[in-house]
Design a protein around this ligand. Sequence first.
Ligand SMILES: [Zn+2]
Length: 256
Amino acid sequence: MLGWLKKRREPRPIPQALWDDVLARYAFLRERPAADLESLRQLAARFLQQKQFAGAGGFVITDPVALAIAAQAVLPVLHLGLSWYDDFVGVVVHADEVVAERTVVDEDGIVHHYDEVLSGEAMDGGPVMLSWRDVEQAGNTAHEGYNVVIHEFIHKIDMRDGAADGCPPLRSRAARVQWLGVMKPAFDEFRERVVIAERFGGQEPWLDPYGATAIDEFFAVAGEAYFVNRQRFQAEFPQLVALFDGFFAAKDAAAR
Ligand SMILES: [Zn+2]
């Protein structure tokens, strides 16, 4: 089964053939600088050592499945470090999207039930759930800026301070004010474009409209695009590229 994934003190290096398969599958990984790729490979090996994968509904976790997830999951923390994911160990993988039954109570105290279709979910302090079909397709959906693994792991980074508020934990209150000073106007503008497109038939924005639902979703959706289609993201959201570079690529930013 999970031959080389068995728990060991030192992470076991990822076999070359498996690593080559992952790079062949995901161009947005393959096209990164060689130094990044080496760090990514080492970090992915440590991720596989530290996390526990579980298949749901009979889905079988194979080495290629676990590695495909690990290699994408560590991309956001390539320069930040794996300790950002210390608050959980579980990664639950379903074969496909999952229908979750939700309940909300409205202002009049009436309980409403509805179904939500999920391709992934990140719980505060708990596991990350992913749909393998979406993970597997990530190479083909990168042009849309879509990537479920990165989306959920950016939620993890956002929630590291206990609040899913579109702002990761930062070194000072001033840094937080500065972050939200860029993020909030970008979110408001995006939401307006989505509303205009939906209600008045305006041109649909490039980014997934799901990002208009809340600022933490906007952070996750924008983060996906930043990591898998930087060029297009740069054209659409130049102010966010600068903001994200300053956080996710801190070492690189310092060197510039
Ligand atoms: Zn989300």
